[in-house]
Design a protein around this ligand. Structure first.
Ligand code: SAM
Length: 248
């Protein structure tokens, strides 16, 4: 079995050892049944890769003895940093969007309350929702061997989400767009440092939202003649961008 790789926080490494409890402990010891003497690879958020061997396992924590460390040339660093700006969809579609988006290299997610979002989040639900969403992306990052874990933020409306944007290339996937296809738009551009893509909920974008995103520099683009589910659109645009400018 190839050596398993875990995304860690650099703070876990101290004096030649890395210690873990919580999710990483569970994944290493309970899910993968790793134990003393098993080799592991660790990757922190700064792009450092560590090779080590599990040295001690208790009921709640595991200690890895670090044998070597090296600074990786962050394979993903020359890909654009892609932000998915997603209107809150119904039910557990958001789990799918976060998980698949992480696997497809999204750098961050901005979830927002679209005017036509059926699902709503009360103010007192933010914290628990964000904790759950961050758990999904960190688990997905770990599963697919990413060296970084995407950030997830919440904005109450499309206006707030649009106003937040500072990415170099800004796109809004709009089912009503008839002139500019994603192929037309991307094929004439140089690779940007950062991209943000706004995606509507099941009910689509309200024309006022499209106008506001456009005023904030988001270019409406079409993904073709078929109407895709919101979660399909999210996966499709990430695959297209990664194919054009990323690590695919
Ligand atoms: N209510 C809309 C309708 O019936 O026309 C459908 C919305 S679609 C289910 C959800 C979101 O996916 C859209 O708001 C858009 O962001 C994106 N999307 C789906 N198909 C698309 C397409 N062909 N071109 C551009 N964006 C698309």
């Amino acid at each position: 079995m190839s050596t398993r790789r875990f995304m860690i926080n650099s703070r876990a490494v101290r004096d030649g050892y890395a210690s873990f409890d919580g999710d990483i402990y569970n994944h290493m010891v309970r899910v993968l049944r790793l134990g003393t003497g098993d080799a592991v690879q660790l990757a922190d958020e700064k792009g450092t890769e560590y090779s080590g061997v599990i040295d001690q396992v208790s009921k709640e924590w595991v200690a890895v003895k670090i044998d070597s460390a090296c600074q990786t040339s962050e394979a993903e660093s020359d890909s654009p940093r892609i932000t998915i700006c997603q209107a809150l969809p119904k039910g557990d579609k958001v789990d799918f969007i976060l998980q698949k988006g992480t696997e497809l290299g999204a750098h961050s997610f901005c979830l927002f309350g679209g005017r036509r979002s059926v699902a709503k989040i009360r103010d007192d639900q933010h914290t628990t929702k964000l904790a759950r969403w961050n758990k999904i992306v960190s688990e997905a990052a770990r599963q697919c061997g990413r060296a970084d874990i995407p950030e997830v933020i919440w904005r109450a409306s499309a206006v707030e989400a649009a106003n937040d944007a500072s990415q170099e290339l800004r796109l809004i996937l709009w089912e009503g767009e008839r002139e500019h296809s994603i192929k037309d738009v991307l094929s004439v551009l140089n690779k940007p440092l950062s991209v943000v893509v706004a995606i509507g909920p099941e009910g689509g974008f309200d024309p006022l939202e499209v106008r506001h995103f456009s005023q904030q520099g988001f270019q409406p683009v079409s993904l073709g003649p078929r109407i895709l589910r919101t979660e399909t659109a999210s996966v499709a645009i990430l695959a297209v961008i990664q194919y054009m400018w990323g690590t695919m």
